[in-house]
Design a protein around this ligand. Structure first.
Ligand code: SAM
Length: 257
């Protein structure tokens, strides 16, 4: 099959990035280090072309039609081991680490599993940095800081493992076919791995009803007198809402509870 004849498959979240200025911006924003690049969903290979120019790449693509096309397009890079392909579902291939050497994840992710992929990468000890395009709303949640309405467990988990920032917002016109939503590229620079499942369980309870008070949400899981003591110790008002606490507050609260 030729690249021009490919029909995008909705079920695989295929929106191919066509705007060269965004492709360049992604490559320019990559952290400078010796880590390998992992690309999830190379698609037609437009981003892959830029990536193999600067580093060796390990790519995971689920669509067998695209795998064939990519294996053809990148014959030379595959032969020289600049590029290594895995054809199949990345989530099934992902054990505790996706590959067995330090890597940065750089990708225009399939939106239907983007959050899942990022959470896996935050947990993966071999993954050092994450530079990905996702739906704008999702990028904002990962990059949010306390006080912002969208601050929630994704922001707290991210701040607990490193730093996150939006690199560039991208309109639907940059893609073919165009998605219905705005997108953004964002970068997470990890300094630790996501590991404390009990902390995350507390966060899920804390944000179970984001508009209710934190006290009300936590009361479903913890005894009220214990909560009142903890709020007192941290000088939190009893009416505080979940998004108003900082990541540090949540870690302190977790320690006390
Ligand atoms: N990187 C290309 C670009 O920027 O134009 C394509 C990006 S497109 C948004 C997402 C890509 O992820 C598609 O090629 C799709 O087939 C692939 N994909 C979807 N689900 C996947 C999965 N579970 N494992 C690996 N790749 C997947």
């Amino acid at each position: 099959m030729k690249k021009e004849n490919v029909v995008a498959k909705k079920k695989f979240g295929q929106n191919f990035l066509k705007d060269e200025s965004v492709l360049r911006k992604i490559v320019e924003s990559m952290p400078k280090n010796d880590n390998k690049i992992v690309e999830i969903g190379p698609g037609l290979g437009d981003l892959t072309k830029f990536l193999v120019d600067v580093k060796s790449v390990e790519a995971f693509e689920v669509d067998t039609d695209l795998c064939k096309l990519l294996q053809d397009t990148f014959k030379k890079e595959i032969a020289t081991k600049r590029l290594h392909f895995h054809c199949g579902d990345v989530l099934q291939a992902w054990q505790s680490s996706l590959i067995d050497e330090p890597y940065d994840l750089v990708a225009n992710l399939p939106y239907y599993i983007a959050t899942n992929i990022i959470l896996k990468a935050l947990e993966d000890p071999m993954c050092k940095n994450i530079l990905v395009m996702v739906q704008l709303e999702v990028a904002e949640k990962f990059c949010a800081t306390h006080g912002e309405k969208v601050f929630g467990s994704l922001g707290i988990i991210t701040q607990s493992v490193g730093e996150a920032a939006i690199v560039v917002k991208v309109p639907p016109t940059a893609f073919d076919p165009q998605p219905k939503v705005d997108s953004a590229v964002f970068l997470i620079q990890k300094s630790r791995d996501r590991s404390d499942k009990d902390f995350e369980r507390m966060l899920r309870v804390a944000f179970s009803q984001p508009r209710k008070t934190l006290m009300k949400n936590l009361s479903s899981e913890y005894e009220k007198p214990k909560l009142i003591d903890a709020f007192d110790a941290l000088e939190l008002t009893l009416t505080i809402r979940p998004h108003q606490l900082s990541t540090k507050d949540y870690h302190q609260l977790y320690k006390i509870l």
